[in-house]
Unconditional design. Structure first.
Lengths: 262, 550
């Protein structure tokens, strides 16, 4: 049985009467590039917040790298990197200052932090603005910096909430190559994205959440097989996604109602 | 194929925009906090209404008195009052944050002419414009009652004066908008504003010292004011009352020239906006060429005695302090305030009646006042973290380290401020006796450390996000302000009672001994509270993140 990077049991989060995450059982093996999908408001961000310690679950439990999060949160956090929703940057620091700050927060020594900061800034093409405050960065630059900060300590699990949103094609290509290299070396990547093509290209395994409940989980091949009945068919992730979510027939808007537009 | 619709008239567009603004206000009030804002808004509205109505009576009476008593030159004074209020009030309001950006309307099919007229109509919806229009109408009524024959001329002058004012106000507003579009200039503007407000405290001592000698120079400037719009409006009215049509025509013509000149400039500005002037301060995409940044050697770690996370937070807090113009400026305030107060109430160069208070009272009093000011931000210490607050919860650290780093920075700043203030006090007032000095210094430690524990609790329980370089909408959490007020009263009260026990008991060193004991207890209590507060922070993290990541 493969080593598990992320395991949850009946993970539930309620906000008043609303159940945002409803009894989710996730299984992510170490080294997987894992895509976490769902329509708007399905519970993706809530789940990722719970998994990264930004939100406490109402009930259920979770283990990251076989360590129980609730009992040893600091030990778990040392092993993970996060690009949270909104990126979580301190906007009054420069990119270099922020990376050094994060490096030291994760316990890296000064020399290592300095060296890694420079390398990451170079890689992310942010090195030519050493004195620019993060507040003055473009959205794409902030995204790249947030990713740099998430990997500076060499995490074993990387959580990415919409990592390619607002990033130009050139940088996105470099980031994808970096993430692919990280998974080759054993890092587990847990990614949410609305761009299904990206998930299909990068991820080996996918889970789909809908109205707080996990409705599908497995490798892409397993999901294709589940939909079309034959493994290795040409079914795209978008078709799988729509097929799973559109089962009750209420999700798709009726184009006939907009006849005046056509 | 898109439907071809009839073009919408300007008045219909103005009505639609007014409806939009109303809906934005109404929908904003659905939130609980905004309902409290509504109560505040009603309170401010009633207060403003009383102010405007009261001044309307004053303008009515002024115009009536000046015209009926033949003191026609004084009419210009009324126009000057309105002119200055109309132009200056919106400048201060605009500096504190973004207004409703009516340029977003450019996405709709508007002609430049319609855009210009809607822009002007917007100008009439400001508080300063509404109040000024009320006052001008009151003046018209007062003048008409005094001399019914001036009504047509008065209506003409007031109409031109209104359009001129709204045009100039929109012109200044659009220039200011362009200037304040950049974060740095916005912060600089706020800094200058705060500095100028503080500087007003020097006005009284300066007037007392130099007022008489400055009067002749001011009087020499008066004739030049006659060529400004308010004097021209007053002059035109005076001329028509004295039946001097040539003078009236000249003043009115110059007033119209001003109006055309400002209108031309405003048309130019609005044309630039209409063409899609880009005011965004967002950085351009990064250059593709990768350039290594030079390796920098930070040298030995000056904060090596601290754990890495605490040292990192202290460094970050220091950088935030140096990049927050408002906070940076507040560091200048303590010595400046001592200078102001010593000029007014005490010191070797007192200006108020030549009487001062003794250093024995002045020293602890000023220190209490400074702590009151400098400790206030500690009660909402995460205000400027924004989305960065998430880092504290995703990083592998105990939250007590966050409190330690933040408090250490604050205490360092306070130590520097108090030392500077002490130096200023020694120069201006002189130092108090040894027992009072020791007692006050121990009291400072007691009140600061004692408050830190409460302030840390307040910061995680009642967080409120604040933005750099903005004042509009930058209110502290009401509960945090209440907690700060309560604890400051408590600490101040305890300290005052203890200080006076020295006099009551005749043992002058008793307060010093008592404060040293209390300071030690406060320090012990502070460290004992950190773990409990860290646990509370973990429980409150959702509230904290939600409040600061908005």
């Amino acid at each position: 049985m493969p080593e598990m990077a992320i395991q949850t049991q009946k993970l539930t989060r309620k906000f008043g009467n609303l159940t945002a995450v409803d009894g989710v059982d996730l299984q992510v093996a170490a080294g997987q590039f894992f895509g976490f999908l769902g329509p708007n408001g399905a519970g993706k961000s809530t789940t990722i917040k719970i998994l990264t310690g930004l939100l406490a679950p109402t009930s259920g439990s979770m283990q990251l790298l076989a360590v129980d999060f609730a009992s040893k949160p600091v030990e778990v956090k040392r092993q993970i990197g996060v690009v949270p929703e909104g990126m979580g940057l301190f906007e009054r620091l420069t990119g270099s200052e922020y990376l050094k700050f994060v490096g030291r927060m994760y316990g890296l020594d000064r020399a290592t932090t300095q060296r890694r900061s420079e390398e990451l800034l170079d890689f992310m093409q942010l090195a030519d603005r050493p004195k620019t405050l993060i507040a003055d960065y473009s959205h794409g630059m902030q995204k790249k910096l947030a990713l740099a900060a998430a990997v500076i300590h060499g995490p074993r699990i990387l959580f990415l909430d919409e990592p390619f949103e607002g990033v130009d094609a050139l940088a996105a290509g470099a980031l994808k190559a970096l993430l692919a290299r990280m998974t080759e070396r054993g890092t587990t990547i847990f990614l949410t994205s609305h761009v299904l093509e990206i998930v299909e290209r990068l991820c080996s395994h996918v889970a789909i959440i809908h109205k707080g409940r996990l409705v599908a989980q497995g490798s892409l091949e397993e999901l294709r097989a589940g939909i079309s009945g034959e493994a290795g068919s040409k079914t795209t992730l978008e078709q799988i996604f729509l097929s799973i979510l559109g089962q009750d027939g209420t999700e798709r808007p009726q184009l006939e109602e907009l006849s005046w537009l056509m | 194929m898109a439907d071809v619709t009839r073009s919408v008239g300007i008045f219909e567009q103005i009505r639609l925009v007014a409806g939009l603004r109303w809906r934005i206000l109404r929908n904003g009030l659905r939130k609980k906090n905004n309902r409290l804002d509504l109560i505040g808004l009603i309170f401010v509205g009633v207060f403003s209404g009383i102010l405007v109505t009261g001044l309307s009576f004053a303008f009515y009476a002024g115009a009536y008195a000046f015209l009926s008593q033949g003191r026609l030159e004084w009419m210009a004074l009324l126009f000057w009052g309105i002119f200055l209020f109309w132009q200056i009030f919106p400048v201060f309001v605009a500096g504190f944050g973004a207004n409703f950006d009516f340029r977003t309307l450019l996405r709709f099919p508007l002609s430049l002419r319609a855009f210009y007229i809607i822009g002007l109509a917007y100008g009439f919806a400001d508080f300063s414009a509404l109040a000024s229009v009320c006052w001008l109408l009151s003046m018209t009524a007062g003048a008409t009652v005094a001399k019914p024959g001036v009504l047509p001329a008065m209506l003409l002058i007031v109409a031109v004066f209104m359009v001129l004012n709204v045009t100039l106000e929109r012109l200044i507003g659009s220039w200011l908008e362009r200037l304040l579009a950049r974060r740095r200039t916005r912060e600089l503007f706020l800094g200058l504003f705060v500095l100028s407000m503080i500087s007003l405290n020097f006005l009284s001592p300066l007037m007392q010292r130099y007022g008489a000698s400055a009067r002749p120079a001011f009087q020499r400037l008066l004739p030049y004011l006659a060529w400004f719009p308010p004097s021209l409006a007053g002059g035109a009215l005076a001329a028509i009352t004295r039946l001097r049509p040539a003078e009236f025509l000249l003043s009115s013509a110059v007033l119209l020239i001003y109006l055309f000149f400002f209108s031309a400039l405003l048309w130019r500005r609005f044309s630039a906006q209409y063409r899609g002037e880009e005011l965004s301060e967002t950085a351009a995409p990064a250059r593709a060429a990768v350039r290594s940044i030079p390796a920098t050697d930070d040298g030995p770690d000056r904060l090596s005695l601290l754990s890495p996370p605490v040292a990192a937070i202290v460094r970050k807090e220091f950088r935030y302090l140096t990049r927050n113009g408002f906070a940076y400026l507040s560091l200048l305030m303590p010595p400046l305030l001592i200078l102001i107060f010593s000029m007014n109430f005490s010191g070797r160069h007192p200006t108020v009646g030549g009487k001062g208070v003794s250093a024995e009272m002045f020293f602890p009093g000023m220190m209490a006042y400074l702590i009151l000011i400098l400790m206030a931000p500690a009660y909402n210490s995460f205000a400027y973290e924004g989305r960065g607050i998430q880092t504290y919860f995703t990083a592998p650290l105990r939250f007590r380290d966050v409190f330690l780093g933040k408090n250490l920075m604050l205490v360092s700043v306070l130590a520097v401020e108090i030392t500077l203030s002490l130096a200023m006090l020694a120069w201006r007032v002189g130092l108090p006796s040894a027992h009072m000095l020791v007692a006050t210094c121990a009291a400072i430690i007691f009140t600061i450390v004692g408050q830190l524990t409460i302030a840390n609790w307040s910061s995680i329980t009642f967080p409120r996000k604040m933005e750099f370089g903005q004042m509009r909408g930058q209110r502290q959490s009401g509960m945090a302000a209440l907690v700060a007020f309560g604890s400051q009263i408590l600490m101040g009260g305890i300290s005052a009672v203890i200080l006076f026990t020295g006099n009551w008991t005749g043992n002058l060193w008793l307060p010093a001994e008592a404060f040293i004991f209390l300071a030690a207890a406060a320090v012990g209590g502070y460290f004992a509270s950190l773990d409990a507060l860290a646990t509370l922070a973990e429980k409150k993290k959702e509230v904290l993140i939600e409040a600061l990541c908005r």
